[in-house]
Design a protein around this ligand. Sequence first.
Ligand code: ATP
Ligand code: MG
Length: 253
Amino acid sequence: MNTHTSQVAIRVANVHKAFGRKKVLCGINLELPCGELLVVLGGSGSGKSVFLKHLNGLLPPDEGEVEVLGEKVSGRPEAELIPLRRKVSYIFQQGALFDSLTVGENVAFPLSEHTNLTAKEVRHKVARLLARVGLSGTEDLMPSELSGGMRKRVALARGLALEPQVILYDEPTAGLDPLTGEAITELIRDVGKETCATSVVVTHDLLVAQSLRGTLAYLSNGVFTFIGTIQEAMREQGELARFLRAGGLHVGA
Ligand SMILES: Nc1ncnc2c1ncn2[C@@H]1O[C@H](COP(=O)(O)OP(=O)(O)OP(=O)(O)O)[C@@H](O)[C@H]1O
Ligand SMILES: [Mg+2]
């Protein structure tokens, strides 16, 4: 990561978060330059989702600071975060689609809420977004008629509607078969390149992490114990090495 010449999209400084007596984040530090892709790895329950939620203010830190696109996220009231959230998409693990709305209405939702586009312009944009995720012509389907992979694609189309500068993905391939997972992974990589968005992908799927080719951050005991390339990660010892091996990546390979 070259933090000297590029602008920083995400800056996290000494973030702590506990729920009751359970400490989840214990001093997280990170600087991610604009346009880069970060993959956050870590065991189940290590705090990956909790970390991601701090990046758009869904959770406030107990201590420390979060800054996204040059704006402070931590310590600000919900109402002040609304403009920033238009630029920062959060793609929830289960897609979080509105079950009573059609696919087209789901994708149109942020456009109707946050833009002055006419109904016709919204229709065209929705069609373009659905085409981008390989789901042309599905406007009239209901979420209940979609497979898990299709739901994730629709959620991505909706997440891209406002042309976000930062896209946060929580387990985008969990529960998908390997081929569908690979297609979603390619989509994430291509969308990042096409839009120059900064992406943060939380996953415990190492093959996904490898094919995204981003910077890796390994979350363990509430801190990033490693930040670097996958090649560097493969030269590490200890817990990370065991995690990589158990996930099918061979240290020293
Ligand atoms: N709102 C909450 N209230 C209380 N505890 C929480 C809350 N959110 C998360 N936790 C706790 O924080 C810890 C980390 O949770 P988190 O969901 O971030 O894990 P994760 O790394 O995303 O795991 P997984 O890979 O299973 O999704 C867990 O012990 C969880 O129970
Ligand atoms: Mg999680």
